[in-house]
Design a protein around this ligand. Structure first.
Ligand code: NAD
Length: 387
């Protein structure tokens, strides 16, 4: 069997890697730069760390802040129109997955016609045909891995859909943990478990390969070792650095191997109840893994080991049960509600959640266990009951 492995052309990682920004921008010989960020990051002057060196070097920099978490389609449409009207020649995304996803979309669709809706994966009719503006992505959360994926996620009325093409890959990713120090504990927890979920799902994915396995296991090791410290002591440089590398590696892993059941079931929670992406993945992670455990015992044993435990004297089955228990403990330790009731989801919603999850066929196809109506409904029920 052969596989396609895709990486962002250039990445800078590690503390103060933002210092490479100016030299990278110069390489593209551009003049007018659009920075896409969210209003809060501008208010706390985090965006200035990106805009000021560019302005001081004489670039024309516009800062666009009409970004909201889990951006709805309309926000994407508005940004793409704005980008088309103003003839920028570079886009820089600064923020969490929400700002980065919108940046790639703007970079590519600036030179395509039609609406963003025309390019959606599930319902769109148009295709991306060429590369857009040069794009640099600078994450300020350690979570989505958006800086190294070719996906832009948009919220629709009751679920989410994506625009995806390799032309959405950034030209440069700058992953500087110093930019995550200001993340509050709740966002650190939700985005951190999001990254962990990417790595776990990439590792158990039917599309996993030796390359994605290496990336995923190292991501699980770093994140499970440091997430508790990053949440309880956000100033801890080492914990922030581990989380930053962990989410970057997890992004590369899932971009190449795909995600599976947790994401398929999490999207409707975001769509129907507007629960943040990280929280919806986090609350479902132990329940999906508990349900599919039997189909990937060996892989769950490996996960248990890289989480810092030893399966040496355990059978695969025993280790896989312990792995589920440790994932649940980790989610609880970082303060994320451990069942759907904790997010005020009524059990009357279980059927509509199941119906929407079933629509994510491409994602579900990567699950090591086939997940149909009965299985998905049982997982939501378990996540509701907390059992
Ligand atoms: P986010 O971008 O929505 O940000 C969450 C909150 O954190 C915002 O209020 C933001 O202002 C704040 N924040 C961000 N950085 C901060 C910092 N350094 N200090 C203080 N506050 C900060 O959150 P996210 O979880 O990073 O992104 C979620 C979005 O990414 C969702 O739409 C999700 O579907 C998408 N996503 C995309 C991919 C992909 O591959 N493209 C993968 C997973 C998720």
């Amino acid at each position: 069997m052969s596989e396609k492995i895709t990486f962002t052309p250039i990445s800078y990682t590690g503390w103060d890697s933002l210092s490479h920004l100016l030299a990278e921008v110069k390489r593209f010989e551009v003049k007018k730069i659009l920075i896409v960020t969210d209003p809060f990051l501008k208010d706390i002057r985090l965006t200035n760390k990106v805009s000021e060196p560019l302005e001081n070097a004489g670039y024309n920099v516009q800062i666009y802040t009409d970004v909201v978490p889990e951006p709805p389609l309309a926000i994407g449409e508005k940004l793409v129109s704005y980008t088309r009207e103003h003839a920028f020649d570079m886009v820089i995304g600064v923020g969490g997955g929400s700002a980065l996803d919108l940046s790639k979309l703007a970079g590519v669709l600036a030179s395509h016609d039609g609406n963003v809706a025309d390019y959606l994966n599930l319902t769109g009719t148009k295709h991306i045909t060429h590369k857009g503006l040069p794009t640099i992505l600078i994450p300020t959360t350690s979570g989505t891995g958006s800086e190294v994926t070719n996906i832009s996620v948009l919220s629709l009325e009751t679920t989410k859909d994506v625009v995806t093409h390799d032309y959405l890959l950034a030209d440069v990713a700058i992953v500087d943990p110093a930019l995550t120090i200001s993340l509050p504990p709740k966002v650190t927890a939700a985005t951190g478990v999001d990254a962990l979920t990417h790595a776990v799902e990439a590792y158990i994915s039917k599309n996993a390969s030796p390359v994605s396995d290496a990336l995923a296991l190292q991501a699980i090791r770093l994140i499970s070792n440091s997430i508790r410290t990053a949440v309880s002591n956000g100033d801890d440089k080492q914990a922030r650095t581990d989380m930053s590398y962990g989410s970057y590696l997890a992004g590369l892993a899932f971009f190449n191997a795909g995600v599976a059941g947790v994401h398929a079931l999490a999207y409707p929670l975001g769509g129907q109840f507007h629960i943040a992406h990280g929280d919806s993945n986090a609350v479902l992670l132990p329940y999906v893994m508990g349900y599919i455990r039997k189909s990937c015992e060996k892989r769950m044993k490996d996960i248990y080991d890289v989480m810092g435990f030893s399966s040496a004297n355990l059978s695969q089955e025993e280790a896989s049960y312990k792995c589920v228990a440790e994932l649940k403990r980790l989610v609880e330790d970082v303060g994320i509600p451990s069942n759907l009731q904790g997010f005020d989801i009524p059990d009357s919603a279980l059927e509509s959640l199941t119906e929407d999850a079933l629509k994510q066929k491409r994602i579900l196809a990567r699950s090591p266990m086939e997940l149909g109506h009965e299985e998905i409904s049982a997982i939501y029920q378990a996540a509701f009951d907390g059992k």
